[in-house]
Design a protein around this ligand. Structure first.
Ligand SMILES: [Zn+2]
Ligand SMILES: [Zn+2]
Length: 355
């Protein structure tokens, strides 16, 4: 089959790779019909996360079940499904407590992360390909109703559950002001998810005008942080009578955005972090956090836990991520998709690949 293989920074190629095959009775094979390129894939692409090359990328896939192992009970051949970006068993202590990303059985393996997630389950080929082997498929593949098309469904694999998790962690109350740092696809999904909790205002911070314009269309108040240090803090202070935001959500994965998210929360506010950070340590402003009674939440989203409720929200029309799609390309053009997404050219937002 064809797959998008990572060869090194700024070098991905669609080429022939081995067809995946079922390995255990709880595996399923999914024929991919639509895959997303995620901002976290760019960490590999741009060399920010050093990694052994030679694996197929992608952890956002939608497709059709082609084959199931003998131990599968909830899926059958022909089912249209979204494949969660993270494998989970659905039965362990953590999965039963709604913390699927801490799954004790899967080791929270992520598709298309090469050796970075080669734990108990071995290397998991990515979704930017023609097919994937899905371990623990009963709780990693989720059937889709007809009302949700492939383009919308691909957001269920990572973007929307991550944004929803960030909004939940923010403990948003009706009437709150929520400030979201980063207007990439996850940041804009966070705008949509924050609105589910009834805030009075959602402020969206970025420096790229077309992204801020899309945030405005989604109902957020855009703030261009420009290049001046502290400019977003000042703008948020002005919008909140000098208090700061009730809730801030970091959706970038950069130290500057994280610092701004901490410093622009009001006293007693909550900082919720969903950006993926390549660096292991961060210089935390602990005295400020102490004197301002801040709550700090961070985590890898419990994607599998949240997919069923997001399927219902999408089916009912309460959430529609499709305005974020800027490019739909054949799988063969994946290298071009990476290039555009990385360079932020062509007003790129979300890039989808179709085998
Ligand atoms: Zn992702
Ligand atoms: Zn589990």
């Amino acid at each position: 089959m064809k797959g998008t293989v990572f060869h090194g920074p700024h070098d991905v190629r669609v080429e022939q790779v081995d067809d995946p095959a079922l390995k255990t009775p709880t595996d399923a094979m999914v024929r991919i019909t639509c895959a997303g390129i995620c901002g976290s894939d760019l960490h590999f692409y741009e060399g920010a996360l050093p990694i052994v090359p030679g694996f197929v990328l992608g952890h956002e896939g939608v497709g059709v079940i082609e084959e199931v192992g003998a131990g599968i009970v909830r899926l059958k051949k022909g089912d249209r499904v979204v494949v969660s970006g993270v494998v989970a068993c659905g039965r362990c202590y953590f999965c039963r407590r709604g913390q699927s990303s801490q799954c004790a059985e899967s080791g929270s393996a992520i598709f298309g992360y090469g050796a970075n997630s080669a734990g108990k389950l071995g290397w998991l080929g990515g979704a930017q390909s023609e097919a994937v082997r899905v371990p623990m498929a009963d709780y990693t593949c989720f059937p889709l109703p007809d009302a949700i098309d492939d383009d919308a469904a691909v957001f269920l694999a990572d973007m929307l559950p991550t944004a929803f998790f960030g909004a939940l962690n923010g403990n948003i109350r009706p009437g709150d002001t929520v400030a979201i740092f980063g207007c990439g696809p996850v940041g804009l999904c966070a705008v949509m998810c924050a609105k589910l909790f009834g805030p009075a205002e959602v402020i969206a911070v970025d420096s790229i005008p077309y992204r801020l314009e899309l945030a405005r269309k989604l109902g957020a108040t855009p703030v261009n942080r420009g290049s001046a240090t502290g400019s977003s803090l000042q703008a948020i202070a002005e919008l909140t009578d000098g208090r700061g935001a009730d809730v801030t959500i970091e959706a970038v994965g950069k130290e500057s955005a994280l610092t701004a998210a901490i410093m622009s929360a009001r006293g007693g506010g909550t900082v919720s972090v969903i950006g993926v950070f390549g660096m292991p340590w961060f210089n935390f402003p602990i005295y400020h956090a102490f004197t301002h009674d801040l709550t700090f939440r961070i985590g890898l989203a419990n994607i599998n836990t949240h997919i069923p409720e997001l399927v219902r929200l999408m089916e009912s029309g309460a959430i529609d991520p499709r305005p974020l799609i800027s490019h739909v390309m054949p799988l063969d053009d994946a290298a071009k998709g990476y290039d555009i997404f990385s360079a932020r050219t062509d007003n790129v937002m979300k890039v989808l690949l179709k085998p």
